[in-house]
Design a protein around this ligand. Sequence first.
Ligand code: GTP
Ligand code: MG
Length: 273
Amino acid sequence: MPVNAPPEYFKAEEKFHSAKTKEEKITALEEMLRLMPRHHGSENALAQLKSRLAKLRKESTGKKGGRTVAIMKEGDAQVCFIGFTNSGKSWLLSRLTGAKPEIASHPYTTTKPQIGMMDYKGVKIQLVEIPSTFEPKYMSIARTADAIILIARHEKEEKDLKKLLSDNFIRTKFTIANPFDEDVSHIKEKIWYLLGFIIVYCKKTQADRRAEHVGGTPMALKSGATIRDFAQRIHKDFVKDFRYARVLRKGRMTQAGLDYKLQENDVVELYMK
Ligand SMILES: Nc1nc2c(ncn2[C@@H]2O[C@H](COP(=O)(O)OP(=O)(O)OP(=O)(O)O)[C@@H](O)[C@H]2O)c(=O)[nH]1
Ligand SMILES: [Mg+2]
């Protein structure tokens, strides 16, 4: 047994031993591997975990459908809806995006992940409804998503959904929403707030004339982002060829370098070598 493994490791190990399916075993093993301390004394244990995992992965990929289903991320962020059946996930998805998932009163209407693109002030956010069967191959989407909306109609559901996340080792940040009890526009704001983005606007660049738009193209950046993050997002060479930026903030123009911190509603113009 590894020395100094955190308590979460043993929780994952317990889960591994009680897992009924290969997929659940794999998820637990991946978690154990992640949590195992890495030092000289744990090398053997690490190697053992890796080989067990490789074996299980090999056994499970032969099966139809594969082990995990990845949804290609599109837009600036991917947000999952997780909730019990009939909680209004498909309904919410259809209200927030142009998607037309089947909405019905019978349980488990949605059997495969449903995708839609939400527009928030010109920024695109991909929304994914996870089927309420909570199959491991679909739960893995939530693990890599940028945020999760737990769709809960009452406290019991909220509690059970939180447990579901923890049982699946999902640490993605989340918030709770109830589509039949809350304004859809309010949920939209919640999603945005949870993501913690700011919107800045791109002004024409010398290097890229296509970036020229009346009013500027909106760009979503993590709050705390700098001119460097901004430049990198437009083109990988823009940091290398960067001379300076001009930032229009609350009516005032400032000349700024790569480390300059951006704020909501800044309009940024890059000058290149
Ligand atoms: N209470 C209430 N129910 C509604 C409302 N609008 C739709 N519904 C019903 O909510 C139920 C669930 O809707 P869905 O969006 O399909 O639920 P889901 O979470 O996607 O469920 P599954 O995909 O079937 O697991 C349906 O029976 C709808 O008719 C509403 O305003 N209030
Ligand atoms: Mg549905």
